[in-house]
Design a protein around this ligand. Sequence first.
Ligand SMILES: [Mn+2]
Length: 311
Amino acid sequence: MSTVYVFGHKNPDNDAIMSAVVLSQLLNQVNYDGNTYVARRLGSLPAESAKLLADNGVAEPELLEVIEAADEPQQVVLTDHNEDGQTVDGIDNAVVTGVVDHHRIGGFTTAAPLHYIALPWGSSCTIVAKLFEVLGVEPTREQATLLLSAMMTDTLMLKSPTTTDVDRAMAAKLGEQVGVDPVKFGMEVFLSRPSGSFTAAEMVGNDIKLFEVGGQQLLIGQYETVDKTRALGMIDEIREAMRAYQAEKGADGIVLCVTDIMEEGSQVLFEGATEVAQKGLGIADEHDGVWMPGVLSRKKQVAAPILAAAE
Ligand SMILES: [Mn+2]
């Protein structure tokens, strides 16, 4: 019997937090492998996650900064990510016993067999919700609420092209259990973000992931807003914050998508070495950014074509 840490990616979004929190609860409820599962986070809690956890009486996961080497290596379960560049520092000191994820698999290797659940659904929380069914457990109202919140934030209220029929069916089921309309509930979750007070640095660093693109380190950030006007009025500050973030992380280039969920598209900005990124997206950088209508998914509509262009 061991203590197993369960956590989502660095710069956590609501899906990274809720998938770790609710999956760890589920695994404890069924006494999975006789272990104790403890949710952790790899960065500050998103505002909407903090509010949802408080409203539902669930403790905030503690910050995990690094995993140190130990005689008995720390066991971990990764949710909502699998790539080295997105996980905890010191991951090589840990034994990954499980992954629950909805992203591409990026250079993942282990020494021993593991539980690896990868499904190309709209959110990791959709997969966690399905695991409740698989394990024959009925989610509590609180668990259903937390899962549904992350399904809505990750699929932008089911509008993102990453949304599948499974997500729509699961959202309807959880919405019925909680007694909410999933899309209206999702909009409330979005509006609980204090986006009106975001600084340029927060817009850049709030939700950003590191990718290896043709031998270069490329950061791809996404700032989701219900009104891009404020961000568009801060372009010079945002570009400066992009260059600062890139320098701090020692990356070669940085892409930022300012995604307007009401207008359903993204304003895309580039700094540093981004030739491959511009080629992959089929656009050339402009000072105010380039509006890409319909682009809502970083994974499917931004990272995937950029990675394909590097091949
Ligand atoms: Mn996710």
